[in-house]
Design a protein around this ligand. Structure first.
Ligand code: PMP
Ligand code: GLN
Length: 411
């Protein structure tokens, strides 16, 4: 085997998705909706499948023409920059492949990549597989006051600045954040942007949950800040946008001078993505362009629905004595489990971190699947954050009720 596969073999999704399936657990683990996408996008997919021979054949390598056009039109408005559909966008197999192309195309041997923790776990192996070194800066719970919201986790400008060296190539951010739910405020993004401009760094901005903000939190695109368009790769996901994670359509948007390098990785690996799924996503964005800002927009309806589900899960956790950290955005809620009494006597897991052991116990013994939060931290910091678990709330109310029954019965 090649060296690049060494040290990146463990994967929390592979492990815990299998465990949930093996124990037929109520699944608040992996982040995907257990309900259908909205009808209009399902109809668009069916129409694409019935749309004639071309819908079943190859399309343009870097993105189906109708999709790149609709993405360019939609995001030109939100990023405040005229996006060129052919030069500035690459359509990929989910946000995963957009991230992979960004790392492969822009990170060289020995480059340092600053990753803000907690982080969606794949950033680390992707940085390493590109030959880079990952450097971590944790968001930390504010000292001195109760930590009730994801907004109480803050980034220290001094700590971030201290990690920048002449080898630093990029800073990776994720807003709204998985797993914490933090939605970065304008001032925080401006601080990161100032450092990127000052030190001539790239920014990889993972915005797959961009529509999902609650209680007035506002998603800001770092690419929209002065000097950032030409150095930011913004990553999105149709799976998260339209509740269709199995379609695996994603994209990277940036200046053509950057996207041209991602295209090289794409054309020499995947080459192009499923045509009918791209056609359907294109229809979705065309519809949303017309409805944007109205109550009929799915980008309004989905967060409104999730706002209720977030409340429902939070009340359930509170009723059994678990204090959730209220997410300002995204699909997930984390909670401290250090006060939960449980008997972790499973010999097979005794060398694992506390949250990994706890989640395995909860899945096997109680039939409730969640995800351990230390999986979203570097080895250096995971010990400090091994008393939290992550719940996903993009689930049917019946699924959330089933989880509540489990929690209430044993507490
Ligand atoms: N980034 C984040 C923050 C995620 O949570 C996920 C999982 N949906 C991805 C990227 C990958 O998205 P996709 O399913 O579109 O590949
Ligand atoms: N993004 C989803 C999550 O965080 C799914 C990740 C995956 O399946 N690899 O749960």
């Amino acid at each position: 085997h090649a060296n690049r596969t060494v040290g990146v073999d463990k994967n929390v999704w592979v492990e815990f998705t299998q465990l949930a399936a093996d124990y037929k657990a109520v699944n608040l683990g992996q982040g995907f909706p257990d309900f259908s996408p909205p009808q209009f996008i399902q109809d668009a997919f069916c129409a694409a499948l019935n749309g004639g021979p071309s819908m079943h054949q190859y399309t343009r390598a870097f993105g189906h023409p109708r999709l790149v056009k609709s993405l360019a039109r939609f995001f030109s408005r939100t990023v405040g920059h005229e996006i060129d559909p052919l030069d500035d966008i690459l359509v990929t197999v989910g946000a995963y492949q957009a991230l992979f192309c960004a790392f492969q195309a822009l990170i060289d041997d020995g480059d340092e990549v600053i990753i803000i923790e907690p982080f969606f776990d794949c950033y680390q192996p992707m940085a390493l597989m590109a030959g880079g070194n990952a450097v971590y800066v944790p968001l930390r719970p504010k000292k001195g006051s109760a930590v009730l919201s994801s907004g109480d986790w803050v980034l220290s400008a001094e700590e971030l600045t201290s990690k920048i060296t002449p080898r630093t190539k990029a800073i990776v951010i994720n807003t709204p954040n998985n797993p914490l739910g933090k939605v970065y405020q304008l001032e925080e993004l401006q601080m990161i942007a100032d450092l990127c401009v000052k030190h001539d760094l790239l920014c990889f901005s993972d915005e797959v949950y961009e529509w999902l903000t609650y209680d007035g939190a506002k998603h800001v695109k770092i690419a929209s800040l002065p000097g950032m368009w030409e150095r930011t790769v913004t990553i999105g996901s149709a799976g998260k946008t339209f509740s269709a994670t199995g379609w695996k359509v994603g994209w990277a948007i940036s200046s053509g001078n950057i996207i041209k390098h991602l295209k090289v990785v794409h054309q020499n690996s995947v080459y192009h993505c499923a045509t009918a799924a791209q056609e359907a996503v294109a229809c979705g964005f065309e519809t949303e362009f017309e409805l944007f800002g109205t109550p009929e927009s799915y980008f309004h309806q989905l967060p409104a629905m999730l706002h209720h589900k977030r409340q429902k899960l939070a009340s359930c956790l509170q009723s059994v004595g678990l204090q959730p950290i209220m997410p300002e955005g995204g699909y997930f809620m984390i909670t401290d489990i250090s006060s939960v009494k449980c008997d972790l006597n499973d010999e097979s897991t005794k060398y694992e971190s506390y949250d990994f052991r706890f989640v395995k116990w909860l899945t096997k013994e109680k039939g409730l699947a969640t995800i351990p939060v230390s999986a979203f931290f570097s080895p250096e910091h995971s010990k400090e954050f091994d008393k939290y678990i992550r719940f996903c709330f993009v689930k049917e109310n019946a699924t959330l009720d089933a989880a509540e029954n489990i929690l209430k019965k044993w507490n």
